[in-house]
Each structure stands twice: as C-alpha cells, then as structure tokens.
Design a protein around this ligand. Structure first.
Ligand code: NDP
Length: 305
C-alpha cells in the first residue's frame, strides 16, 4: 500500500529498510534506539520532553523537532511510551497520522489487547500499516541475545520488517494475525510476574517479622522459584486438558498450607489479603466437590471455557 507520491512523504521511501524512527525515549525507547544505531540504521528519534535524545544524537541519531517530522523520516516507526493512551496521543494527532500514511507502525508500548485492537482499527482507517509487539525482558537486554520480543498482526508485514526488528537482538516470535495477541500474552505473563513479586514482597515482610533478613531468605526463595518451571509445564497440560490430578498434592493440602501463611502473617499484623483471596479460591473449589484435584483446578473456577 505504498503512497510514495503523497506530499507527506518527505523522507525515505516507506519500504526503505535502512531507516527507522523511535517515538518515546524513556529507558526502553532509548535502549531500542541505541540498538538500531548499533546496527547501523539511520535512526530518527523524538520524545515529548525535549533533551532525552542527547546521548543518542551524540551517537549519530537524528533528533526530530516534532513527532510528524520523526514519522516522515522512516518507513518503519516504532512507538514505545508508557501506555496506549500516551501512544494514541502521539499517533492520532492529525499531522502525525498524515505523515504515517503508507508507513508501518510497530507499537512496542505495553497495554491491553482491547486498546491495541482499537488503535489497530484506527490505523487501518487511516491507511497506516500496523503491528503490535510486547517486550518481555528489561531494557538492559535490548540488543543482546537475552531480549525477548512477541509480535502480532499481519504476517506479511511482520516478515517485511523482520530484518530491521532483528537489530534489537534476542528472539522474536510472531504469535499470529490477531493484532491483540502479543498484548494478551504480555498481560498473562505480567500476571505471573507481578503476582510472584507481590508474593515475594509479602514473604520478605513476614520473614522480617520473624527476624529473618532478606539476604538470609533470598537463596531459599530462589530455590522455590527454581521448582516452578516444571510445575508450570505440567499444570498447563492439566489446564488445557481439564484433567486435574491431585494425586501427589491435592488442593485440600494447598488450602491448609495457605491458611498457615494467613494466620502467621496476621499474627504479626501483616495484611494477608492476597493469600486470603487465593485460599478463598481453593476453598470454593473444595466446596464444589473437587478437593482431590490439584491446585490448578482453580483455573476452571476463574476462567469458564
Ligand atoms: P515508561 O513506561 O516510564 O515510559 C516513558 C516514556 O513514555 C517517555 O518517553 C515519556 O515521555 C512517555 N510518555 C509518558 N506519558 C506520555 C504522554 N502523555 N505523551 C507522550 N509521551 C508520554 O518507561 P519505559 O521507556 O521503560 O517503558 C516504555 C514501555 O516499554 C512501557 O509500555 C513499558 O511497560 C514497556 N517495557 C519497559 C521495560 C523496561 O525494562 N523499562 C520492559 C518491558 C516493557 P516523557 O519523557 O516526555 O515523559
């Protein structure tokens, strides 16, 4: 859908693979732009608050004076800001939307699948080619083999821009044509992360109340984290098949363990709301007559198929 005759196209042709624009220069946007520069791409950058591009321009990036100027500079425009509202606030300005016509936006901003789909609909209505992506690793991994990127949207478009995206390092996985799919994975994976982090913060508080320092607890906490990967794999099979064998660890046993944590925490005056909620789910499963099933039976309770 090239519109190279459009007067808005003042920069390289939209299919030019040697140029890329990054809108948003927070820690992640700066890391993305830095990796593009390292790969030798002509990199144009813009950020709402001026001055955040100093280090990048010193390394050869072109600092654009406006988002429309930045959008017009490259066929591929990467946006990475705090949330979709902020991304929409940039992309949906009339001048920016005009400059983006016929170009490709890769939105690496984290937000919900619903918001992603709404922006994709808007992009389609404005002749803007649109891919969504999620970054599953910290900014320090960008440009290294440890970075993990998930992508969704039209596969042909993804293939076209895959060589430029490869400059960001790590692994890139295209999850399918549903534009919201990368955001859906992101939400589910961040659910794992933040629930685990909430548990760890709570555990550190309970341990402290018992005179145990974080440094003392940490090696054993890492041991707990290390037993999770095979449990994730096995229970995912159970969740998909609906066969929740609780042979070695029935949910009644899990509920009892969780009750101990609630009692010990509250005995120290520490809020146990998260564990109370989890224990409550387990008790409901037991109440429905599934007490001999495994813990992950909770998935059936929460997410009706
Ligand atoms: P932030 O999430 O703090 O985002 C900062 C960027 O958003 C800045 O460029 C900021 O501009 C911009 N911004 C905020 N509000 C607006 C607005 N209303 N209009 C325009 N721009 C706005 O930092 P990150 O760079 O770290 O994260 C960017 C995205 O990457 C987020 O969606 C985050 O979840 C995701 N991500 C980040 C990771 C990380 O390690 N940092 C890891 C994985 C994903 P200004 O400077 O003007 O405030």
């Amino acid at each position: 859908m090239s519109t190279s005759t459009s007067p808005q196209h003042t920069g390289p042709h939209p299919s030019d693979q040697s140029a890329v624009t990054v809108l948003g220069l927070g820690p992640m946007g700066r890391a993305l732009a830095g990796a593009f520069l390292d790969a030798g791409l002509r990199t144009t950058v813009w950020n709402r608050t001026p001055g955040r591009d100093a280090e990048l321009t010193a390394r050869g990036a072109v600092g654009a004076g406006s988002p429309e100027e930045a959008a017009a500079a490259s066929g591929l425009v990467v946006v990475c800001v705090v949330n979709q509202d902020a991304a929409d606030g940039i992309l949906r300005r009339e001048a920016v939307a005009g400059a983006l016509r016929g170009r490709t936006v890769v939105n690496l901003t984290a937000d919900t699948p619903q918001r992603t789909r709404a922006t994709a609909d808007w992009a389609a209505a404005h002749g803007i080619r649109y891919l969504d992506g999620a970054i599953m690793t910290p900014n320090t991994t960008i440009g290294t083999p440890d970075a993990v990127f998930l992508h969704s949207g039209p596969e042909e478009l993804y293939r076209e821009h895959r060589p430029v995206l490869a400059a960001l390092g790590g692994t890139h996985t295209h999850l399918g044509e549903d534009i919201g799919r990368a955001a859906a994975y992101d939400i589910a994976l961040l659910d794992v992360f933040w629930t685990a982090m909430a548990g760890y913060a709570h555990a550190l508080a309970v341990a402290r109340a018992e005179g145990i320092t974080g440094r003392e607890l940490a090696p054993f906490a890492q041991g707990i984290a290390a037993i999770l990967p095979p449990i994730f794999a096995q229970t995912a099979e159970e969740a998909d098949s609906g066969g929740h064998s609780g042979k070695d660890n029935p949910i009644t046993s899990a509920a009892s363990s969780m009750a101990h944590i609630v009692e010990a925490s509250e005995g120290h005056g520490i809020d146990a709301g998260v564990m109370r909620a989890a224990e409550g789910w387990a008790r409901r499963v037991i109440g429905l007559g599934h007490g001999t099933d495994g813990f992950i039976r909770i998935t059936e309770l929460l997410g009706r198929r």
